[in-house]
Design a protein around this ligand. Structure first.
Ligand SMILES: *[C@@H]1O[C@H](CO)[C@@H](O)[C@H](O)[C@H]1NC(C)=O
Ligand SMILES: *[C@@H]1O[C@H](CO)[C@@H](O)[C@H](O)[C@H]1NC(C)=O
Ligand SMILES: *[C@@H]1O[C@H](CO)[C@@H](O)[C@H](O)[C@H]1NC(C)=O
Ligand SMILES: *[C@@H]1O[C@H](CO)[C@@H](O)[C@H](O)[C@H]1NC(C)=O
Length: 248
């Protein structure tokens, strides 16, 4: 029972628009403009007509990776953005097809990953490019991890944070996280509403995880933030991309 009770706060915080929660990426600071050219702001068109937001990141000119719980009726991606209100150089591309992981569990959030195939190719330039993915996990936790996102600052603001924010996080060893193929962090800094789907970037500037959800430990203590492990999803990522390209 206690195990199932703990999956909580951040999923609500990250996904419910009416949640009163004012935070940017918590404990973070503004990113140097365009220092993370793989960052994607994902605009989600919900079936009730609302717009919501998630993060994401570019894998190549055709595919964006995000979280499966960021699913929507249709999507638009914003590339090359820093301040989303100064639309000068931003590329807006709609999504042709979404590929949520077929074993995504919307109770436990296991396999919280999704690929989005863009309708037209991203135009790569100094502000728009892909991020390499981490390869196999050798059993040690990756170090020097950073999160970035446009996590909401104000309940009424149209976009979440106008500028891209970032923060560093330290991964923790946690048996349940390992069992469910998550990297986890705990502490004062972490993702907030609207940061779901963004990358966990660690050693060598590679993407190791996808911002997923948080749990409140039943034993007390601060929330544990969870990131879907990319090394465990590589086969799924490459086969999904391969199959999608063949079908075109
Ligand atoms: C959102 O859905 C509406 C109604 O189906 C459609 O007209 C609009 O183009 C969609 N917007 C995006 C960003 O997909
Ligand atoms: C990249 O961003 C900088 C700073 O906003 C801008 O001056 C430059 O024109 C952008 N480059 C491209 C190719 O969009
Ligand atoms: C999804 O997760 C819940 C909670 O951990 C579990 O009870 C359920 O069996 C899982 N569903 C599937 C299809 O694996
Ligand atoms: C695992 O890889 C990391 C670098 O990614 C390295 O620092 C560490 O020493 C490696 N551990 C083992 C047991 O090989």
């Amino acid at each position: 029972m206690s195990v199932h009770c703990i999956l909580a706060i951040l999923i609500l915080v990250l996904t419910h628009d009416d949640q009163v929660y004012s935070a940017k990426i918590m404990g973070g600071h503004e990113a140097v403009p365009h220092s993370r050219p793989y960052m994607v702001l994902l605009e989600r068109n919900m079936s009730d007509g609302q717009k919501k937001y998630c993060g994401g990141f570019l894998l190549n000119e055709d595919f964006v990776m995000t979280a499966a719980h960021c699913h929507a009726k249709s999507y638009k991606v914003l590339l090359g953005a820093h301040n989303v209100n100064s639309n000068s150089e931003i590329q807006y591309i709609s999504v042709e097809q979404a590929f949520p992981h077929k074993h995504f569990n919307d109770t436990s959030y296991v396999n919280d990953v999704m690929l989005l195939k863009l309708r037209t190719k991203a135009n790569f330039n100094e502000n728009v490019t892909a991020i390499p993915l981490a390869s196999h996990d050798n059993g040690t936790l990756p170090k020097s991890c950073i999160l970035a996102g446009w996590g909401r600052t104000d309940k009424n603001s149209k976009y979440i944070s106008p500028t891209l924010m970032e923060t560093s996080v330290t991964l923790i060893d946690n048996e349940k996280c390992t069992m469910e193929n998550f990297y986890c962090s705990q502490g004062d800094t972490g993702p907030a509403e609207g940061d779901s789907g963004g990358p966990l970037v660690c050693e060598d500037g590679k993407a190791f995880g996808v911002v997923s959800s948080a749990v409140t430990p039943h034993s007390g203590g601060s929330d544990i933030y969870r990131y879907s492990k990319i090394p465990d999803s590589r086969n799924w990522i490459f086969s999904t991309i391969g199959n999608a390209m063949i079908k075109v």
